[in-house]
Design a protein around this ligand. Structure first.
Ligand SMILES: Cc1ncc(COP(=O)(O)O)c(C=O)c1O
Length: 449
């Protein structure tokens, strides 16, 4: 099939995630055909620096045959066996061991799933099981944040605070949302430090309002990814820690985006010095080569659910799929053996921070922020008042298209442009990324004038 035939068949038979189908029908899809290193190419041969690591998952880029080989060999040896009914497989044991080693010291158990959304469903099941076994069944409510993203199943979308999603389904009624720590958008006249404290105190207020005896858990991404790379002010997580320490409430950190090195530490929890009870992961655990997710279970929860007896009536056919686990093991081996995360922390992360900050000088950029291997640009019409171009966030879509035209994949979340390049990006490629982003901004400024 040629390109237009492919697009025609795509239109007729494929329902894409998070897509306006009539819009897609008009524009046609971009057909991505191959990838190498930090680059992807489309069917026209247009090669782009992938500033989004696929969908925040190909942290090692696209050319790691070790991962493909590990999957292939496993598929030929034992392509599938489940971990129900007292069975197990060697890769699943090995990956559970490796995860216990690379995650925070108090996390020594894992429940495998097929995706991040499923892992957050698992978290809700674990939270309830834990409090039931502790004979505190009244602890039912889970607090989450507006504009957080925790997946697209009913549980994931209920936990998430995306208003557009909430309009299209009926959310679980035991989840409550509080303010996000988005200083640029919601900080008003407060300094970032003041606003960080304020946003954390919202958690305290909500707990008091609901009654601490009814609150089971608080869930949050260390940094909101899909919501627009919202890096909380430095005061936020320490204050959240203080609040949580006062009450007997579980902390779930959703590390689906930030796990496996994106901050320059193994996990966002390490970066912020937090001690979560549950930690969701997916995506980069297999470098995106094979679907796998899971939740790490901290010792305080694991001890209760393992020692108090009775069946935990939960699991998925593909929990601990052996080929997925081999992809995970190969990925962790590369991260460890090649000091990829240390390099982000010491070399490429600081370099990206320096170069990305230069974009703040651009006339349509209200803020340029970054941390480790993520960054965001706030597009504004007026820097002083932070006024956007329009209510429909047209500038973001224009800038994304201009960026692709200039050979860089950037994503638009409203009028916030975001990047999450592969961790293997070199300093020369960071220069390329920043120059292409600058050209996209120039083109956007002209188009929006
Ligand atoms: C923080 C976070 N949690 C959960 C998910 C859902 O993961 P999945 O798409 O694998 O279900 C995502 C996906 O982007 C995410 O960013």
């Amino acid at each position: 099939m040629n390109k237009s035939e492919l697009q025609q068949h795509d239109r007729e038979h494929l329902l894409h995630p998070f897509t306006d189908f009539s819009d897609l029908g008009k524009q046609g899809t971009r057909v991505i055909t191959n990838a190498d290193g930090a680059y992807i190419s489309d069917i026209d041969g247009h090669r782009m620096l992938d500033g989004m690591s696929g969908l925040w998952c190909c942290n090692l880029g696209y050319s790691r045959n070790e991962i493909a080989d590990a999957v292939y060999e496993q598929l030929r040896t034992l392509p599938f066996y489940n971990s129900f009914f007292q069975c197990t497989t060697v890769p699943s044991i090995q990956l559970a061991d490796a995860l216990a080693e690379v995650t925070p010291a108090h996390m020594n158990n894992v429940f495998f799933t097929g995706s991040g959304s499923e892992a957050n469903d698992t978290n809700l099941r674990l939270i309830r099981r834990y409090w039931d076994l502790k004979e505190q069944p009244e602890k039912r409510i889970v607090i989450s944040r507006k504009n957080g993203y925790h997946g697209s199943t009913i549980a994931g979308a209920s936990l998430g605070g995306m208003s557009g999603m909430h309009k299209q389904f009926q959310a679980l009624d035991y989840i409550e949302h509080i303010q996000q720590p988005y200083w640029f958008g919601e900080g008003g006249d407060m300094s970032p430090e003041e606003f960080g404290i304020h946003a954390a105190r919202c958690l305290d207020e909500k707990i008091q309002e609901l009654g601490p005896e009814k609150v089971a858990a608080f869930i949050a991404e260390p940094i909101q990814g899909a919501g627009g790379v919202i890096i909380p002010p430095e005061t936020y997580w320490p204050e959240v820690k203080k609040v949580l320490d006062q009450y007997d409430i579980l902390l779930v950190m959703d590390e689906v985006i930030f796990g496996f090195g994106r901050t320059g530490e193994w996990f966002g929890a390490d970066y912020y010095g937090m001690k979560p009870d549950l930690m969701t992961f997916a995506k980069a655990v297999t470098n995106g080569y094979f679907p796998l997710g899971g939740t790490m279970v901290g010792d305080r929860v694991a001890e209760v659910i393992k020692s108090r007896g009775g069946e935990f009536t939960h699991g998925y056919t593909y929990s601990a799929h052996p080929a997925a686990c081999m992809a995970g093991l190969a990925t962790i081996n590369i991260l460890r053996n090649e000091n990829i995360i240390e390099n982000v922390r010491d070399v490429t992360g600081p370099y990206l921070a320096k170069r990305w900050a230069e974009l703040a000088e651009h006339p349509i950029v209200g803020e340029a922020r970054s941390l480790g291997m993520v960054g965001a640009l706030e597009l504004v019409k007026d820097k002083g008042s932070r006024a956007r171009f329009d209510d429909d966030c047209t500038a973001g879509g224009v800038c994304r298209d201009m960026s692709i035209k200039n050979g860089l994949v950037m994503r638009a979340t409203g009028d916030t442009m975001i990047i999450a390049p592969p961790l293997i990006i070199t300093t020369e490629q960071v220069d390329e990324l920043v120059e292409k982003a600058r050209r996209a901004l120039d083109d956007t400024a002209k188009a929006m004038a």
